[in-house]
Structures are given as structure tokens and as C-alpha cells.
Ligand binder design. Structure first.
Ligand code: DCP
Ligand code: MG
Length: 369
């Protein structure tokens, strides 16, 4: 007789799991994130990914794991991850994680990479030069900070503090006004973590576009101009579109998309935020700096961009992996290509893309993998 199909088997692909912001296994996933980041700092990509995958699986569970035996049927959990879980279950903490947290190199790299515009490579370079603190970096005459890093240091206190939902809403109002003053029928949509229902984020992400193909790029430049004239822009880095329709979607996940986009630091007044700004003690300013990203795809690429920018990162990674390995398709922020049929598959909604992939639709708030 055929074996009964396993009930509620958790998929190895994040895009086949529903993951809300409710995480019942935070004690494990926080520990895994420390280990993953440490492997990332040491350029051990495979192990870094293994711990991120394990964390993602645990985030999708409807309750806390009480014993290691309960993880038996779960995918993506190896010997190492299980050993860490065992330690945490037994002692309430992991000694391996604590060792990393007390490691000076790791602490310093974490500190440096928390600056806007500073990635792991720059952080490593500064560490190797013997620099250990922000004042070390800023006092070192041979170090040239680029414009982004200068703004990163200048607004460090503000942009290293989480953005609240009310603040994200206020940013949305500002962008909404700017976009529609310039182009009344422009389309503006929230994306990124706040679209997934997160209460806090490191930035606020939006898609802006126009119904008329080709007009979206000047829209972005005009929006930046408008915000600048209002004195609301503390930093702007505009990247013009390099989108080339003749290029196949790449299967490399890390590749940034080619749409016009800008990375901004916006000045947000307390009076614009319902309930006012959350300020730290002793801070009497009536404004704060907020990181904002805008991406501007042509309208016929809207669904792919929305799916690609809503995240989470693990959800995106697994959508692409699933497409490639299970469907012989290539997915990125621009397009979906069927390698068997040798054709591009069009989509006007995210649902169309899930349908093409033969996946159940997952709501944005269920993509917190
Ligand atoms: N993204 C991606 N790959 C990258 C960068 C971004 O797939 N290298 C996508 C997925 C992210 C989305 O863009 O969810 C927005 O990027 P953010 O860095 O703003 O991430 P989130 O909005 O998810 O989280 P946060 O609350 O930290 O802003
Ligand atoms: Mg974001």
C-alpha cells in the first residue's frame, strides 16, 4: 500500500512556508544569527547560510521547540545547529555564541558594519589597521570616507535606531505628497519589512512608478529635487537605471536589480509623526534622520519588483532557488524565464508569479522567513 503523505511536513524552501513576525523560537534564532554573522565575517559562506536557513525554519514554527527530538523531521537542521539548540535547552545559553559575542574582532566588525555605507570588507580593512572605535576611524588621517560613510557617521545615532511604524507612515505621507505633486497618477507602494507587517525597520522602502512606460525615471529625479527644495534631504544617492530588457535574469541571488533607485536620508519632523518621535533620553531635538529607499521600475516590471523587494532575504533566496531547481526557471527582480519553454512569463501581480511557479500564494505578512 502507498505510504500516507507526511502531514504538515515543513518544506526546505522558505517560499513554501508561512512565516509571520511572531517568532516562538527567538532564543535559538538569535543565537544562530550570531553564529551566521561570525561565519560571514570570516568568509565561510556555506556555514553562514546553513545557520540562516536553520533560523528561518525555526521562525516558521507555530510554537517553541521544547526538546531537540522535536526537530527530527525538520529540514535544514544539521549536527552543529542541533548541538547549539541542545546547549540552549540545557543551560539557557550557548557557550559558542557567548565566546563570539565577547570576541573583540567580532565586536569591532559588528560596530563598523553598523555604519551606513560600511560593508564587511571596509570593516575588516579598518580592523586590520588596528582601528577599534569610531573615534579611531575618524582620527585616522589616511582614511578617506566616501559621501555615504560621512553621512553614516554624521547621522549615526538616528539611523542606527529602529524606525517605528508611525515614523514609516509619516515618511510615506511625505513621499506620497512629493510623488503626486509631480505626477498625479503616479503609483506609490510600500515594500520591504514594513510591508511584511514588521513593527520596526532599519529603513523604509517604497516602489514608485508611472502608468506610462519610460516616465518613471524622471519621476524619481523630480521627487528627489522636490524633497531637496523642501529641505528634507540629508543625503541622496541616485542610481540611474541600467535595466536592459535583452538580458536574461541572472541566477545569482546577490545581484542587485538594474532599476533606477535612490538611497536617501530623510529629515522627519516630530510634528509629522502621529504620537511624535520616540526620542532617547536627553535628546530634545524635534526631528530625526530616517533611511529611505526608493526603487523605480517600469510598470510592466512592477510585480517582479514588488515580489523582489518585499523580502525577506531568505524568502527571496528560496524563491529563486525553488524556481531554478524545481521548475527550471530563472527568477529575479526583473523577470521570470522558463528555460524549458525558452520564454519569458509575464505577470501583473505577485500572484501571477506564484502561479507560474506552481506555488501557493504567500501573503506579504507570511514572508518573514
Ligand atoms: N533585498 C534583497 N537582497 C538584497 C537587498 C534587499 O533581496 N541584497 C530585498 C529583500 C528585502 C528588501 O529588498 O526584504 C528590502 O531590503 P531591506 O534591507 O530594507 O530589508 P527589510 O526591509 O526586509 O528589513 P529592514 O527592516 O531591516 O529594513
Ligand atoms: Mg527595509
Amino acid at each position: 500500500a502507498p505510504k500516507a503523505a507526511p502531514v504538515n511536513k515543513v518544506s526546505q524552501y522558505a517560499c513554501q512556508r508561512r512565516t509571520t513576525t511572531e517568532n516562538y523560537n527567538k532564543i535559538f534564532t538569535d543565537a544562530f544569527e550570531v553564529l551566521a554573522e561570525n561565519y560571514e565575517f570570516n568568509d565561510i559562506e556555506g556555514r553562514c547560510l546553513a545557520f540562516r536557513r536553520a533560523a528561518s525554519v525555526l521562525k516558521s514554527l507555530p510554537s517553541a521547540v521544547q526538546c531537540v527530538e522535536a526537530t527530527q523531521d525538520l529540514p535544514c537542521l544539521g549536527e552543529h545547529t542541533k548541538a547549539v539548540m541542545k546547549e540552549i535547552l540545557q543551560y539557557g545559553r550557548s557557550f559558542e555564541v557567548e565566546k563570539i559575542l565577547s570576541d573583540l574582532r567580532c565586536q569591532t566588525l559588528k560596530l563598523f558594519t553598523s555604519v551606513f555605507g560600511v560593508g564587511p570588507k571596509t570593516a575588516e580593512k579598518w580592523y586590520r589597521r588596528g582601528l577599534r572605535s569610531f573615534s579611531d576611524v575618524l582620527a585616522e588621517p589616511s582614511i578617506h570616507l566616501n559621501r555615504m560613510q560621512q553621512s553614516g557617521f554624521l547621522h549615526y545615532g538616528d539611523i542606527s535606531r529602529a524606525v517605528s511604524k508611525a515614523e514609516a507612515q509619516a515618511v510615506g505621507n511625505i513621499i506620497d505628497e512629493a510623488v503626486h505633486v509631480i505626477t498625479p497618477n503616479a503609483i506609490l507602494a510600500l515594500t520591504g519589512g514594513f510591508r511584511r507587517g514588521k513593527d520596526f525597520g532599519h529603513d523604509v522602502d517604497f516602489i514608485v512608478t508611472t502608468p506610462e512606460l519610460g516616465q518613471e525615471e524622471s519621476l524619481l529625479i523630480d521627487v528627489i529635487d522636490y524633497l531637496k527644495k523642501q529641505g528634507l534631504l540629508l543625503f541622496t544617492d541616485h542610481q540611474a537605471s541600467t535595466f536592459d530588457i535583452s538580458k536574461l535574469p541572472s541566477h545569482k541571488f546577490e545581484a542587485m536589480d538594474h532599476f533606477a533607485k535612490c538611497f536617501l536620508i530623510l529629515r522627519l519632523e516630530s510634528s509629522q509623526v502621529e504620537g511624535g518621535l520616540q526620542r532617547s533620553e536627553g535628546d530634545s531635538r524635534n526631528w530625526r534622520a530616517v533611511r529611505v529607499d526608493l526603487v523605480s521600475p517600469p510598470m510592466d516590471r512592477y510585480a517582479f519588483t514588488q515580489l523582489g523587494w518585499t523580502g525577506s532575504r531568505m524568502f527571496e533566496r528560496d524563491l529563486r532557488r525553488f524556481a531554478r531547481l524545481e521548475r527550471q526557471m530563472l527568477l529575479d527582480n526583473h523577470a521570470l524565464y522558463d528555460k524549458t519553454k525558452k520564454e519569458f512569463l509575464t505577470a501583473t501581480t505577485e500572484k501571477d508569479i506564484f502561479d507560474h511557479l506552481g506555488l501557493e500564494y504567500i501573503e506579504p505578512w507570511q514572508r518573514n522567513a
